[in-house]
Design a protein around this ligand. Structure first.
Ligand code: SF4
Ligand code: SF4
Length: 469
């Protein structure tokens, strides 16, 4: 801040000892935000409706014969964009989660709570599904307040019934959609067709989750971000003066007030930024834990600046330092370090995904067995074979010895592995005695389907110790 021009009057600064939506007695202060309007709100609306459409439609869209996303926790089979994943792919999940975690931290350090304002499900559901319904039925901020003050009357009762019925319907359908992600939509249809007679426990579960979802969006609302969300709680340690957040340019705006006094800043103290805030705060008091970076106050202030013929951006995406020192750097050392880690992790995850085969094969020598004479000219070793088919169709597989001119005998029927099944067999590998140069011979086995090599497996073949001499 340019302290020599506008010294801070610390006597006027007030500090809060409670969140903004709780009064001195500890009672909830209900927020009636004004409907946002503006460029950023329109962009956010596009992002939100794409996300909502994806969420509600993904279980109904099939790709490679599979739902777009399918999270079958019971059978431990997960499908993402037509690719099936199994417990054997756990390392990919861990890598992806680590990458995601670093990604979120990096983004928060550099761009503040951009995730909260633009893509967080809480914000998307609240601001672009439930809140618009409320605006349509109850009206904007002023009408909502009037309605809240009124004693119950036929009009208010009707509005409440319509609004909460819609909220409950959306909550119910949202929970059904979650269930479709876990069980698949056809299965969910079958379950629902049996209600209430059969699958009563599922019905109870769906109703309990519907009630919770409804409570969150009809009543608890911004308290989720302020009191419950761990990501929100972590902001204090992740943000610093260089983080880009929704910020009020106090250097330009203060001293605030109306009138044409030359010493006045650009803020006309119209409170429009406060009225639109879904968490009920005044961004002019600086970055606060309740701020979800929704940008509603940017849009509101920009429209005021336009009407008073002042440049936009009195509230904007900016770092504290860029307001105090306009020539400061955007990226600090911490952000650069996180970026390098992130790029490395993305590289590792990409390589791991690209190298993930359609079939995963393990061949290990059966414990406690040694070599066997096989006729007079050869030795045999017994192995345990395990194969997992990660494709979407039954696959016929063949094994060939790549490293030696030997033979593989798989015990049992033809090797047809069902989708997602783990096929376990025993197999014999037979090698001529004259091929063995030591008691431990490195061998390579190729896994084929329809003549195409899918993967190469390495193992060892044991022979008599006499070969080592
Ligand atoms: S202060 Fe602005 S960006 Fe933060 S929550 Fe309120 S309206 Fe959204
Ligand atoms: S909307 Fe802009 S001008 Fe109005 S009070 Fe907020 S910061 Fe000041």
């Amino acid at each position: 801040m340019k302290t020599e021009e506008k010294p801070t009057d610390y006597k006027k600064i007030t500090f809060r000892d409670r969140i903004n939506t709780v009064d001195k007695e500890g009672k909830r202060v209900w927020v009636f935000p004004k409907m946002p309007k503006g460029k950023l709100y329109n962009y956010r609306r596009v992002v939100a409706y794409i996300l909502l459409l994806f969420f509600y439609l993904a279980p109904h869209v099939n790709l490679n014969g599979e739902p777009l996303i399918f999270l079958n926790f019971i059978e431990r089979r997960f499908v993402f964009f037509g690719n099936a994943f199994y417990p054997q792919d756990f390392h990919l999940l861990v890598l992806t989660l680590i990458t995601l975690l670093v990604f979120i931290i990096l983004f928060t350090v550099v761009y503040g709570r951009i995730f909260c304002g633009w893509v967080c499900p809480q914000t998307v559901f609240m601001e672009f599904l439930y809140r618009p319904i409320e605006y349509i039925i109850d009206g904007d901020r002023k009408k909502q307040r009037e309605l809240a003050r009124q004693e119950m009357n036929p009009v208010k009762l009707l509005k409440r019934i319509v609004k909460h019925s819609l909220f409950l319907t959306i909550s119910f359908w949202t929970i059904i959609t979650f269930l479709a992600y876990i069980k698949g939509y056809p299965e969910v249809q079958t379950i629902m067709a049996g209600w209430p007679g059969s699958k009563f426990s599922t019905l109870l579960g769906v109703l309990a989750f519907t009630g919770t979802h409804y409570f969150i969006f009809a009543s608890f609302r911004e308290q989720v971000c302020t009191l419950v969300c761990p990501y929100g709680r972590l902001q204090g340690v992740m943000l610093d003066n260089n983080s880009i957040v929704v910020a009020y340019d106090y250097a330009r705006g203060e001293p605030r007030g109306r009138g044409k006094n030359e010493n006045k800043g650009d803020c006309i103290d119209c409170h429009k930024c406060v009225e639109v805030c879904p968490t009920g705060i005044d961004i002019r008091n600086g970055t606060q834990l309740e701020c979800i970076n929704c940008t509603a106050c940017i849009d509101a202030c920009n429209s005021i600046m336009y009407t008073v013929n002042k440049p936009k951006g009195l509230i904007r995406y900016a770092s504290e330092r860029s307001i105090a020192e306009p020539k400061s750097k955007l990226l600090n050392a911490r952000a650069i370090a996180y970026s390098i880690v992130l790029i490395l992790l993305i590289g590792v995850v990409s390589v791991a995904f690209v190298n993930r085969g359609d079939v995963e094969t393990t061949i290990i020598r059966t414990q406690g067995t040694m070599f066997q004479e096989y006729g007079t000219e050869a030795y045999s070793n017994l192995y345990n074979l395990q194969m997992i088919n990660k494709t979407n169709e039954t696959t016929s597989l063949e094994l060939k010895l790549l490293s030696h001119d030997g033979e593989i005998k798989i015990l049992g029927d033809k090797l047809d592995v069902e989708v997602g099944e783990v096929e376990k067999r025993n197999l014999l590998i037979i090698l001529n005695k004259d091929l063995l140069k030591s008691s431990n011979t490195h061998i390579k086995i190729g896994v084929y389907t329809e003549g195409e090599l899918l993967e190469e497996i390495s193992s060892t073949f044991v022979g008599p110790n006499a070969l080592d001499k």
